[in-house]
Write a protein that binds this ligand. Structure first.
Ligand code: SF4
Length: 344
């Protein structure tokens, strides 16, 4: 019997949950059709579909869905999850809450395969059973698939914590290759923390291959996916009046808290890639900038949209990296002078 075909748009939470989705859907015996890497045509289509003020990741999502509709007319479903809350005290951005509703009105769209995650109301195992129902599976079969997917996803997360770059790890997942760290490169003198949503940091088309530009300038990059679990255990209290309740922004703030305290000497600066028209990110960017000033860590926020140009991006990276180099040189010089004074 032919398997059911399910299309997955390679956008938004793909960069966070694809290993889980792939495993659970394969365990549920469906064939996955993944949209290609983001390209110019996908962005153009998405921009035509999305209204002007929409953030670029949402427009790109539209573009990927349209690509699947056009190129895979035999799809039985398109997988469009609804992420509401993955932990009890934080929400995902409202764009994720309404995702299946805005996608289902696209022309010629196949049936939506929904996977609703809202642990404030029900456990994720329940979401898995509901997912299985749409594919005609029994409760026990769906729970079995869920447990296998959960185990696999935990292995994937541990692999990232060991230092695997996200895009490298996703490639292994996509090709069904066992997790194995890439060969260690020699460390560079400059190490930066790169902040942002996975879909901004790891979609190399929309961010103009940002990480490569840094590595070409001998800069090592750390992202929060590679940081130890312990950093994310306690919530950040900004002040008594302001409580951040966005899931991903909370993780960013927790990472920053670590580098403001015990991890202060582990990085030389912070870059935050932000989507134009993203409310949650612009709010925390302001808070991070103030904190960075207090500790004297160089900070650069780059706002991206479909018009971002290579030349502008390069100039900003180069001047930021040059500024850090000069700063490090100055500190080293001062240190040498102090040392020579002691000898005398
Ligand atoms: S968090 Fe920001 S970038 Fe992400 S979907 Fe929401 S508005 Fe768009």
């Amino acid at each position: 019997m032919n398997k059911l075909k399910v299309g997955i748009p390679r956008a938004l939470h793909f960069y966070r949950y694809f290993p889980f989705w792939k495993k659970i859907l394969e365990e549920m015996d469906v064939e996955i059709v993944l949209s290609p890497l983001t390209n110019k045509k996908i962005v153009e289509k998405g921009v035509q579909q999305g209204f002007g003020e929409l953030c670029i990741p949402m427009k790109i999502y539209y573009g990927h869905v349209l690509n699947l509709i056009t190129n895979h007319q035999d799809l039985d479903f398109i997988f469009v999850p609804r992420y509401i809350a993955e932990v009890k005290d934080a929400y995902f951005c409202p764009k994720f809450l309404s995702l299946p509703d805005v996608i289902k009105i696209l022309p010629n769209i196949p049936k939506i395969l929904n996977f609703e995650v809202n642990v404030k109301e029900f456990p994720i195992s329940y979401s898995a059973v509901e997912l299985g129902k749409q594919l005609g599976l029994s409760r026990s079969r769906s729970l079995e698939a869920y447990n296998r997917a959960k185990n696999y996803y935990n292995q994937y997360l541990s692999f990232l914590k060991e230092g695997a770059p996200v895009n490298y790890a996703l490639r292994l997942v996509n090709r069904n290759i066992p997790f194995k760290l890439p060969k260690q490169k020699t460390q560079n003198d400059i190490r930066l923390l790169l902040l942002g949503h996975g879909y901004n940091l790891f979609d190399t088309f929309i961010n103009l291959d940002f990480q490569k530009k840094l590595s070409d300038r001998q800069v090592d990059v750390l992202t929060i996916e590679n940081m130890p679990e312990s950093v994310f255990k306690t919530p950040v209290i900004v002040n008594n009046k302001l409580r951040n309740y966005w899931r991903h922004e909370e993780e960013i703030m927790q990472a920053i808290r670590y580098f403001l305290t015990e991890g202060r000497n582990e990085i030389d600066g912070v870059i935050f890639l932000i989507s134009f028209a993203c409310g949650p990110d612009s709010l925390i960017s302001e808070l991070i900038m103030r904190d960075m000033k207090v500790v004297g860590l160089p900070y650069l926020a780059i706002i991206m949209d479909e018009h971002s140009g290579e030349a502008g991006m390069l100039t900003r990276i180069e001047s930021f990296v040059d500024m850090i180099k000069r700063k490090k040189k100055k500190i080293e010089l001062k240190f040498q002078q102090e040392k020579s004074k002691i000898k005398v």
